[in-house]
Design a protein around this ligand. Structure first.
Ligand code: FAD
Length: 336
């Protein structure tokens, strides 16, 4: 069992959790990040690393992956401890100190906890195909990390939402052929992108397999050969493909955080907007996981909440000190 102490434990190493390390560090507060995923970056890294984001202030366009790289560089001076592949489980409090136990048997003592857990510990919804696990990581992927992998390959994309439509359009430039499989004629994606997809289909660059549902997979050693799909009239179709990328959305769960006796609103945590504190003193929530009236689930909103939470923590971490608000331009990068 590994035990250690920090000023603030940040649950979730998505963009908002990462930026919070910076905001805390600037106030002289040490922090530790913990995440269930094997890498930092939350949704940006897990779901859309190569997609361009257009609404990060001062970056007219930046890929999600690049944003995370820059955040990682920005927090480097504060040398946060980062624990990956571990989920937070139990939380107890004794003498104003929180004790958090992780799925890896770490016991972390912290004066405050900032929950930046996005939509909770999440994973992709998988198509109900019994042997799909055999192909995962080799020829079945639930997100795209490296577009070049698909160069001149035959890809089947399944799903009818934004991710499926966006990636079909984007990968169309790389792939030899794309099959777009969806069980209903109507797609639930941005109308403009649906138009682009339909145009590509008319040009024969993408073949629409609609309304069909994934049924089974055949291949060897994790490499796909044939995808079997079926429609409501029981008509079967065989698709020869190198890769299958199902985009069936994410399922997320607050998991053990639900047991922490915090006010919950529809799988999010209710906070006081002016402090980002939850219903429990010393526990804050920022980013997609927090809720208040008018909350926008955007990265830039999360960054602002990170600054608010860090400033709110200060008096709990340093009860004898008075916080003098300072701009980074006058303070420079703080040394912890
Ligand atoms: P997340 O990024 O969700 O990170 C939370 C982290 O917490 C995850 O890594 C998770 O594994 C971890 N975690 C959860 N529970 C636990 C636990 N119990 N223990 C340990 N770790 C845990 N936003 C924009 O502003 N602009 C855009 O253009 C934009 N485009 C998007 C496109 C797509 C396809 C998607 C899916 C989202 C997009 N978003 C966009 C939304 C944006 O990604 C989120 O608002 C942002 O990621 C929220 O950051 P976060 O740090 O709060 O949470």
């Amino acid at each position: 069992m590994k035990n250690f102490e920090t000023d603030v434990l940040i649950v979730g190493a998505g963009p908002v959790g990462l930026f919070c390390v910076f905001e805390l560090g600037q106030l002289g507060i040490k922090s530790c990040l913990i995440d269930t995923l094997p890498q930092i970056g939350g949704q940006c890294t897990a779901l859309y690393p190569e997609k361009p984001i257009y609404d990060i202030p001062a970056f007219p366009e930046i890929s999600a992956e690049n944003l995370i790289e820059r955040l990682s560089k920005q927090i480097k001076p504060f040398e946060p401890k980062i624990i990956l592949n571990k989920k937070v489980q139990k939380l107890t409090k004794e003498n104003d100190i929180f004790l958090i136990e992780s799925s890896g048997n770490e016991k972390i003592q912290a004066k405050c906890v900032i929950i930046a857990a996005g939509c909770g510990a999440f994973g992709p919804n998988k198509p109900p195909i019994p042997n799909i696990n055999d192909f995962e990581g080799k020829s079945v992927f639930y997100s795209v990390h490296d577009k070049t992998k698909f160069k001149d390959k035959i890809i089947a994309i399944a799903g009818g939402g934004d991710s499926a439509v966006d990636w079909a359009i984007e990968l169309n430039e790389y792939a030899k052929k794309i099959y777009f499989i969806h069980r209903r004629p109507k797609l639930r994606a941005a109308p403009n992108n649906v138009k682009i997809l339909e145009e590509l289909s008319r040009k024969g660059k993408i073949e629409m397999v609609i309304p069909f549902q994934l049924e089974s997979l055949e291949g060897k050693n994790g490499f796909l050969d044939t995808i079997f799909v079926r429609n409501l009239e029981n008509k079967e179709m065989k698709i020869k493909a190198d890769f299958l990328i199902p985009f069936y959305g994410l399922s997320s769960d607050l998991g053990p955080i639900k047991e922490w006796e915090l006010d919950v609103f529809k799988n999010t945590l209710q906070i006081e907007q002016s402090t980002c504190q939850t219903s429990q003193k010393g526990i804050f929530a920022i980013g997609d996981i927090c809720h208040y009236q008018g909350k926008l689930k955007l990265i830039l909103t999360g960054f602002s909440e990170a600054a608010i939470a860090a400033h709110s923590c200060y008096e709990l971490i340093f009860p004898d000190k008075v916080l003098h608000f300072e701009y980074s331009t006058s303070k420079g990068i703080n040394k912890i």
